[in-house]
Design a protein around this ligand. Structure first.
Ligand SMILES: [Fe+2]
Length: 439
């Protein structure tokens, strides 16, 4: 069944039938302690021959921690040559990615390298994804960002093999079909969204995550939980309209039986391990649980679709230069498990259960309210997260109108996934609600 609101989602006006097909696309995945040592095997699996030349895209912190050496040593032992680009910016701009692309063209010529490796948090992985895609397709990053910000050109070539190694348990960039960048002159964050942006393989080794400090552990965990919960509570795929042909099916295509399973497991793993991982970073069992939870959350949320909270986070991040994870953390109570509960309280009662809330005897609405309280209690217990938008970025009442307008005007890619329609006035209320999650 479709509604007028959902009609805006994906179909051309002449063909309005409900979606009846879902797809599931994933990079190859290698997971576990010691997975880094199988990196050479991973590239052989992808058909990269001995003697090939590649580039490792990372940042200075991961070089100084020794993780970059660990990765390049493995590749050299497998018979590959590796150049290292360590200039990745935190929350990168399109200009920063164009610098990485220029590095590749300088070092390897216009055809680029034989393979690409990304090591780091979402910023490094997104930079590696966009670099590989733009080198293969020509031009610069803005050519492939949707209009009106960019030129909206389609990527037609996936490029040479790309393997991603996350060092945080959160962003899901290692499996997602999206790379996000700021466009400073337009004060917005925008993504390149295409199946050609997705990596060929993700190698997830929890021993790469034990050096992540408590604040980054907590905020990336909140991002991962956001993916899991947003993916669980977005539209069902068959309540959306079918595209006019399969090629135009959006990368965020609604909740399916597969994404539902991954969401459920992700919420359990993340809520069950995050306190241990934040308070004792060397707890490798907790780190492994978090990395697996983040992977599963990403499989769910970044296939089904991230929703309102992610839409609101981009204008905030761009204006106040807050990180993606801490922004998701402060916005989730008011948006995902506040405003959106009205779309289907029973789904939020399910989330409450998965989150470990005692729901016996509670109505769905009461369970959803208890979920919000429990989620905020968790954030307080982690001791490293801001209490709301006010503490995070000094946001005040006067700033809310701009933030709400930006969200609705620039984030339709995500808002079309939201299970409840959102006006500018609704969005203002939600931002107001997010100023203080606790006193
Ligand atoms: Fe996210």
């Amino acid at each position: 069944m479709t509604t007028g609101y959902e009609r805006s989602v994906s179909a051309s006006p002449h063909e309005q039938r409900a979606e009846s097909v879902w797809e599931f696309r994933m990079p190859q995945v290698r997971f576990g302690r010691g997975a880094v040592e199988e990196l050479g095997h991973q590239f052989r699996d992808l058909g990269v021959a001995e003697g090939a030349q590649g580039v490792l895209v990372t940042d200075e912190t991961l070089v100084s921690l020794g993780h970059a050496d660990r990765v390049s040593d493995e590749l050299e032992a497998a018979g590959y040559d590796v150049a290292v680009y360590d200039g990745v910016e935190r929350e990168p701009s399109v200009g920063a990615v164009d610098e990485c692309i220029a590095f590749v063209r300088d070092e390897a010529g216009p055809e680029g390298f034989d393979f690409y490796v990304g090591l780091g948090g979402g910023s490094a992985l997104d930079t590696a994804k966009a670099t590989r895609a733009v080198v293969a397709n020509g031009g610069e990053v803005l050519d492939y960002i949707a209009e009106p910000t960019g030129e909206g050109e389609r990527l037609t070539d996936a490029g040479e093999p790309l393997v991603l190694l996350p060092t945080t348990a959160g962003t899901g960039s290692e499996i997602s079909p999206v790379a996000i960048f700021s466009v400073p002159e337009k004060e917005i964050k925008e993504g390149i969204s295409s199946n050609h942006v997705r990596a060929d393989a993700a190698v997830l080794d929890p021993t790469l995550t034990t050096t992540l400090p408590p604040d980054l552990t907590a905020e990336t965990a909140m991002d991962a939980l956001g993916h899991a919960i947003e993916g669980y509570t977005t539209h069902d795929y068959d309540s959306l309209l079918a595209p006019s042909n399969a090629e135009e099916r959006p990368v965020y295509a609604g909740r399916t039986p597969i994404t539902e399973q991954f969401s459920e497991r992700a919420i359990r793993l993340l809520s069950g391990n995050v306190r241990k991982a934040v308070h004792n970073g060397d707890d490798l069992d907790a780190r492994e649980g978090m990395l697996q939870g983040a992977l599963f959350g990403a499989i769910a949320g970044l296939t089904a679709g991230a929703t309102l909270c992610h839409a609101m986070a981009y204008p905030v991040g761009n204006k106040y230069h807050t990180t993606h994870g801490e922004t998701i953390a402060v916005l989730t109570p008011a948006s995902t498990i506040g405003y959106n509960v009205a779309s289907d309280p029973s789904k939020f009662a399910d989330v409450a259960d998965l989150f470990g809330v005692e729901t016996a005897g509670l109505s769905d609405r009461e369970a959803a309210t208890a979920l919000r309280e429990s989620y905020v209690d968790l954030q307080r217990d982690l001791n490293v997260l801001p209490s709301g938008l006010a503490e995070l970025a000094g946001v005040e009442e006067d700033d809310i109108g701009w933030l709400a307008t930006q969200t609705v005007e620039t984030q339709q890619r995500l808002l079309r996934c939201n299970p409840r329609p959102v006006t500018v006035e609704d969005c203002e209320e939600i931002f107001r609600d997010a100023l203080y999650n606790w006193e």
